[in-house]
Ligand binder design. Structure first.
Ligand code: SAH
Length: 248
């Protein structure tokens, strides 16, 4: 049980697998006014950077679930490195349908809302693990500018224009689901660069170390086209944010 290998090649050196810098992740933790002992559930926890740094900086405890063997192993390693392995637990597995045994103060899914079949479904899934008055945290793309054509949306690696909303529409959609938006931290083009451009050096080094790998042609083609594609499309059209929600 694992995710497609291409991601563990291009993002093997990433601690944060979304367009946030460590500073933005820390800003988000501070914005949520986390307190020692706050319980956090993270579906699609990746390499565990959010739970590990929030445990170190704010004293939270947490459980993360991720389908990637590599990212989950990196998360466990990171917890040891930061001295927080007592407070955070990382489970390798499918988070689809996952409900926590012990209810949590914060239920998060950042950059993996397909786990609940979309934003609304993921909010519904997280709500099942949430204490009354708890916060749901959703990390999701939105259009900074509406793509003029479906082709431009596909160049942004979206399936279609309708996959994402403009920011005001996305915020309104949370209200329509019965939630107040109580905080948000947004990516910017510089933090997007840390997510996207960092993959280029990882790909280049991987190609040098793995010239005969069956994926080397695919990775070579991706490295060749990615910088210009990213600059022309994703960087211009796609935003990303983490949105904190509380049931009305
Ligand atoms: N939230 C993390 C990772 C975001 S990338 C961060 O911000 O760094 C999306 C993550 O979802 C990847 O780590 C991937 O392995 C994980 N994933 C994909 N499908 C999943 C599933 N069905 N169950 C659990 N994790 C999944």
């Amino acid at each position: 049980m694992d995710i497609p290998r291409i991601f563990t090649i291009t993002e093997s050196a990433h601690r944060i697998h979304n367009p946030f810098t460590p500073e933005k992740l820390a800003t988000l933790g501070a914005a949520l006014r986390l307190e020692p002992g706050t319980r956090v559930l993270d579906l699609g926890s990746g390499s565990g950077e959010m739970l590990c740094t929030w445990a170190r900086d704010f004293g939270i405890t947490g459980v993360g679930i991720d389908l990637s063997l590599l990212f989950n192993a990196q998360a466990k390693q990171r917890a040891l490195e930061l001295g927080v392995a007592d407070g955070v637990r990382f489970i390798h597995g499918d988070a689809v349908g996952y409900v926590a045994d012990e209810k949590v103060d914060v239920g998060a899914c950042l950059g993996a809302t397909w786990i609940g079949g979309g934003v609304a479904g993921t909010i519904g899934l997280l709500a099942k693990s949430l204490l009354p008055g708890g916060i749901i945290l959703i990390g999701e793309p939105y259009w900074r500018r509406l793509p003029p054509t479906e082709e431009v949306a596909r160049e942004c690696e979206a399936g279609s224009i309708s996959d994402f909303l403009l920011l005001p529409e996305l915020l309104t959609s949370f209200g329509a689901l019965g939630f107040d938006v109580v905080e948000m931290v947004l990516a910017d083009q510089d933090s997007w660069d840390r997510y996207e451009a960092a993959q280029w050096l990882t790909m280049r080094r991987w190609l040098e170390a793995n010239p005969d790998d069956e994926y080397s042609k695919e990775v070579r083609e991706k490295l060749t086209r990615e910088p210009a594609r990213y600059a022309a499309y994703t960087r211009e059209y796609l935003g990303w944010g983490a949105f904190a929600l509380m049931a009305r």
